[in-house]
Design a protein around this ligand. Structure first.
Ligand SMILES: Nc1nc2c([nH]c(=O)n2[C@@H]2O[C@H](COP(=O)(O)OP(=O)(O)OP(=O)(O)O)[C@@H](O)[C@H]2O)c(=O)[nH]1
Length: 136
């Protein structure tokens, strides 16, 4: 019998502040513990990707964002599921960051992003993002 892996669709926010970019570390109790990611989450039924992004960022970090552009979706096959990430480049327009789920956040220069231990699905997202930013 062939059992197909679950395929989930996940938005994520590449949040810029000047020349810095926010990365978030998953907590010990989340799946992919301690890995770094761009905050976001699963798209609910009937919800647009941008609605999902706003909902997840408010739930996870207490912030509202303005989307400046979307990057191409990236699909990655984990052992137990397949994830398609829908990345949006954003800036914060409201709220102060409060960590409701993540262990930590850091603001890094774009060229420092590859030094983190990213969730595997994010590695090509980071690489793609870096091709779109002008170095300092
Ligand atoms: N938010 C987010 N999720 C990501 C990224 N990269 C990546 O592989 N994922 C995976 O996408 C899935 C959805 O994330 P989520 O934040 O909604 O997960 P969740 O808490 O609802 O469920 P969970 O119990 O599986 O962690 C997770 O399995 C997460 O590991 C990313 O950059 N951002």
């Amino acid at each position: 019998m062939i059992i197909s892996k679950k395929h989930i669709h996940v938005t994520c926010a590449i949040i810029e502040r000047g020349s810095l970019v926010l990365a978030a570390q998953r907590s010990a109790t989340m799946s992919l513990p301690h890995k770094w990611e761009f905050p976001g989450g699963k798209i609910d039924t009937g919800e647009s990707a941008e609605e999902c992004l706003q909902r997840e960022l408010m739930e996870e970090l207490n912030i509202g964002v303005t989307v400046s552009r979307a990057l191409s979706p990236v699909t990655h096959g984990y052992t137990d599921c397949t994830v398609t990430l829908y990345p949006f480049v954003c800036t914060i327009h409201s709220g102060e960051i409060i960590l409701h789920e993540h262990a930590a956040v850091v603001w890094l220069k774009a060229d420092e992003l590859p030094t983190l231990d990213w969730a595997a699905a994010d590695v090509p997202v980071v690489a793609m993002y870096l091709t779109t930013v002008i170095p300092d």
